[in-house]
Design a protein around this ligand. Sequence first.
Ligand code: PLP
Length: 471
Amino acid sequence: MPKTPRHYLDYAASAPLRPEVLDAMLPWLCGPYGDGYGNANSLYREGKAARQALDEARLVLAQAIGATPPEVVFTSGGTESNNALIAGLSAAWRERGGHARQTGRVISSAIEHHAVLEPLKHLKRDGLKVELLRADRQGFVQPEALAAALAAAGAVAGTGALAAAGSGTGAAAWPGAGHSVALVSIMAANNEVGSLQDLSVLAALAHGQGAIFHSDAVQILGKLPFDVQQLNIDAASFSAHKLGGPKGVGAFYLRTGTPFSPQALGGGQEMGRRSGTQNVAGAVGFARALALSLAEQQAQAKRLSDLRDRLAGELLALDAGIELTVDPRAAGFTAETAAASQGVAQGTSQSATPSASPATARGANQAATPNTAPAAAQAPGHQPSYLPNLLSLLIAGHESESLIMALDKAGVAVSSGSACSTGSLDPSHVLTALGVPRRAAEGALRISLGYASTSADIDALVAALKQILRR
Ligand code: PLP
């Protein structure tokens, strides 16, 4: 029997390892391919070769995100990076007496990945207050909501959020026993609907109240420009397998001078921030995948957003009860507008001044308000924008799980916005936080494209869904 051709459309879950990446990794794994299999901390030839490869990989990552090599720490993936930073930054805040005066707070959003939400639950158990900001129906965390939450947490006299933000001094004021907010953590790009947050404005607001700003940047790295200097953020998390690198490899960025209490203790590798023998082949693979992604970033962003928009149009034209969870086409994507929405100017240096006015920043408390604000309510100057490769659908009258199984049978691999736990299908916390009704969220599908996606993949998905929804 001929094999059904496969159409893999779940790059946001994991991208297939790129063949060039595998080639780059082999010499650092075993003898026949090279002699770089040593421990990168050993003093003889095999160790020194491994150390050099690790240093080169670190340099690639650092240059890609606008950091210096010592600010890049290799980990086992996005989950570990998020856990290490959230625990390590808040522990350092406490150790420096941040907790002595009042109950400390951490502010994040309700649409974060579980790799952020779960470590936040731990902080809560340890006595910190955790506040999760709502996102609007289009998937955006409003700067006004953060400003209000920061203000409610207890403004510190003389450190108006926007005053300090505009000074461009970053986290210089942190930490102080008088500051009640230890950390603000808001993701760069949402993994279910693809919304790009206004990071430079959010970070500036956090800094204005003396808080550290962290961002889970797992879904954006390699797909759109992401520069920690231009965004003025203190910490960020990355993962290799979302861009064609190996699974089980990641990294975090930690700005020089940011107080941090390491969580993985042992031999003091990674500048003492993450002990454990380094995965040299993994780091080399991560760097190779990133270099390839960067080289083709603009062309792929355009190609994939064109494919995504065609897919959206054809699915809506089926008139089969398919709705777009958010409409990324409306944002009018170009690599430039997406970069601008992240506060990253391409080729020119970007002003550190946030686009929200002090008046709006001190406005009504939207954190407590239901998520009905339209995307247009975003800070002036912010272009609501989405990842170029992701499309989230709501399919009325169907359950994600059965749709995924039927599509799999037809040769198409996609995922849902839902997490399957103990046999029951819970609607995704992201879609629920966006205000998608439970019934609609139960029929969610996430389509995500990547470097090898083709027109034929889109055609196959449209044809298969047409068949399935007709039954
Ligand atoms: N953060 C986001 C936004 C993600 O999409 C993912 C993976 O799905 C992670 C973190 C976890 O990354 P990893 O699979 O490398 O642990």
